[in-house]
Design a protein around this ligand. Structure first.
Ligand code: B16
Ligand code: MG
Length: 215
């Protein structure tokens, strides 16, 4: 029986991808090239600096380290401005209810996100209290698909990796879960997440079910 549940943030609990998109698009437009929603798909679950590299590659920009740093700060400032207007209504359907029900069954809960803005987002959504541990981009050195974020999550919960289940919307996150020795529930489709152990379209599908049934 799973004793711990580790949740990715963007794409699982909230759709922050749309704000990342607005901020990256703004940066691209400042640099005089376009950045589409389809391009944005490539940035989901990817770290901030890696996202910038993908963007600059699309725009055929080759820039030095100092400028790269400044661009990532510019994008982050815009992004933080967008998400600072977020409200509780933006929690994805079923997310709060499902996590709450797991808590009531005694399952320990951790966040495992690549975002350095995760604490701010949890605060805006008023769900910080749902988590026994928060592991995010501030505490992790190796980005997904490296298993570090989930291994740290299990450790913070005082559990073995094999006792934990991961909820992820990105392929790199599913791979990270497997490399950590955990099962992965994929939020998406069998086309987008072929490696996931179980596929759902969103956490609303699991409300009323136990984590047991997913294994
Ligand atoms: P930040 P997740 C990820 O969140 C996003 O999916 C990804 O698009 C973003 O680049 C990354 O966080 C870093 O975010 O710039 O706020 O530190 O899916 O791991 O919760
Ligand atoms: Mg995600």
């Amino acid at each position: 029986r799973a004793r711990g549940a580790l949740f990715d943030l963007d794409g699982v609990i909230v759709d922050t991808a749309k704000y990342h998109y607005l901020a990256w698009k703004r940066l691209a437009n400042e640099l005089r090239f376009d950045f589409t929603e389809a391009d944005n798909e490539r940035l989901k679950g990817v770290s901030r600096m890696r996202s910038l590299d993908i963007l600059l590659e699309l725009g055929k920009f080759d820039i030095g380290e100092a400028l790269r740093e400044r661009m990532s700060i510019l994008k982050d400032n815009w992004y933080v401005e967008y998400i600072s207007h977020m409200t509780q209504d933006e929690i994805l359907p079923g997310a709060r209810e499902y996590i709450q029900s797991l808590r009531e069954q005694g399952v320990r809960i951790a966040l495992g996100s690549a975002s350095r803005n995760a604490p701010l987002i949890l605060d805006k959504l008023h769900i910080t209290d749902l988590f026994d541990a928060v592991i995010d981009g501030n505490s992790v050195t190796n980005a997904k698909p490296d298993p570090e974020v989930f291994l740290r999550g299990a450790k913070s919960l005082g559990l073995q990796p094999g006792e934990c289940v991961v909820y992820e919307d990105a392929e790199a996150g599913v791979e990270a879960a497997h490399r950590a020795g955990m099962k992965a529930v994929g939020i998406g489709t069998s086309q987008t997440l072929p490696e996931a152990d179980y596929i759902i379209s969103g956490l609303h599908e699991l409300v009323g079910k136990s984590v047991l049934q997913e294994r």
